[in-house]
Design a binder for this molecule. Structure first.
Ligand code: ADP
Ligand code: ADP
Length: 220
């Protein structure tokens, strides 16, 4: 039982741009892999197919035993709750505090107030932001904002965590702390897929790396 399986996946965008070309990939439960490759090689496309933001033109995208390309509406939302996503630009809600940004997801999923409280503090601790709980995003450094976005991605304990260039805007120290958090989650059992072209991050992490070039995947 793998966590992610791509079978002959092709993604051609409506304007004719090639996102991915015949990609095969298997990621087992509990794996931690990096997807690297130059800008425009298809890294974001790969992640978008995994969380159902885009549909494959051809082939199958299987996540947690679901055929993502065929899910619609409520079924797609249910799968997305099981996938945490982190972006290079954080995507925090500006006029909401750290606590609100993190609990919003749980609230939207119908968690009780009590359950939200129960999850919030350990998650804030995990990312080292207990002391910033009442701050607004603009009051935080880039590294702190990225840790809030990590907290938001993981507060629902998703079995799959996707991160698209999570250290793209961060200095080496902040990149290292983001990596540490990702590794900790992986140790707790989450499957982690990270896109990056940060060579330093790849060296530091020493995990499996797959390469994309012009929409094609090379392993090893
Ligand atoms: P990366 O994340 O590696 O930079 P992307 O997956 O963003 O690569 O892009 C892969 C290719 O698909 C690029 O040629 C890009 O221009 C194209 N592409 C990505 N998103 C879209 C879109 N929404 N519409 C058209 N082309 C797109
Ligand atoms: P858009 O589709 O243009 O991203 P949204 O209404 O989805 O706009 O999002 C508005 C803001 O809320 C964005 O900053 C976005 O990142 C954030 N947001 C969206 N979904 C969630 C979520 N599930 N949890 C926390 N913040 C979210």
């Amino acid at each position: 039982r793998g966590m992610v399986k791509l079978r002959s996946v092709k993604k051609i965008y409506p304007n004719g741009s090639c996102g991915l070309l015949d990609v095969n990939l298997e990621v087992k439960r509990g794996d931690f892999i990096f997807v690297t490759g130059p800008s425009g090689s298809g890294k974001s496309t790969l992640l978008k197919l995994l969380y159902g933001e885009e549909r494959p033109t051809d082939g199958e995208v299987i996540v947690d035993n679901c055929n993502v390309g065929q899910l619609r509406g409520h079924k797609l939302s249910l799968l997305r709750r099981r996938i945490g996503v982190v972006f290079q630009d954080y995507k925090l809600i500006p006029r909401r505090t750290v606590t609100e940004n993190i609990s919003f997801v749980l609230w939207a999923q119908g968690f009780t107030h009590k359950e939200i409280e129960r999850r919030l503090v350990p998650t804030l601790k995990l990312v080292g932001l207990q002391h910033k709980a009442s701050c607004f995003p603009e009051e935080l450094s880039g590294g702190e904002q990225q840790r809030v976005s990590l907290a938001r991605a993981i507060v629902g304990t998703p079995p799959l965590l996707l991160a698209d260039e999570p250290t793209g805007n961060l200095d080496p120290d902040n990149s290292a702390s983001v990596l540490k958090i990702l590794q900790k989650l992986n140790n707790f059992g989450a499957t982690v897929i990270v896109t990056t072209h940060d060579e330093r991050l790849l060296r530091m992490a020493n995990k499996t790396v797959v390469q994309l070039r012009d929409g094609q995947l090379f392993q090893g």
